[in-house]
Write a protein that binds this ligand. Structure first.
Ligand SMILES: [Fe+2]
Length: 134
């Protein structure tokens, strides 16, 4: 159980980091692509908060203590949308891998499995989208 809570807290901290990264990039993205990417990054930030809420609820359900700090991995500052998309790709790939690992650990809780599988699908979809964007 401790292992699952630890893993879920890793996911939660990563969602906090993703939310901050996307909000930051929405504010700083420059050039003609700002027209589309600002809204895209804002939507991704909102999605990350939503994912975080689901993960936190799972931690609460397991009687664990949820983290309140973001993962300490640096958020690269840039105004270049290409760099942003590359960083977004790294972030989403890591998230997808992490959720895949969590899913392997919680197979006996159907409700939790379904909720976290939905997040995994979201991250996997983001990775596919980013492949087409860059
Ligand atoms: Fe997410």
């Amino acid at each position: 159980m401790e292992e699952i809570i630890k893993k879920l807290n890793g996911c939660l901290g990563w969602e906090f980091r993703a939310a901050t990264m996307y909000s930051h990039y929405a504010a700083y993205v420059t050039g003609i692509h700002r027209l589309q990417l600002k809204a895209h990054f804002e939507a991704e930030a909102t999605e990350s908060h939503g994912h975080g809420d689901i993960v936190r609820a799972a931690i609460v359900k397991l009687d664990g203590e949820a983290v309140t700090e973001r993962d300490s991995t640096e958020i690269l500052h840039t105004t270049d949308y290409k760099v942003m998309l590359k960083e977004a790709m790294k972030t989403e790939q890591y998230a997808a891998e992490s959720y895949q690992e969590v899913l392997n650990m919680i197979k006996d809780d159907d409700e939790m499995y379904d909720a976290l599988e939905q997040i995994f699908f979201d991250e996997a979809r983001s990775v596919e989208e980013l492949k087409r964007l860059s």
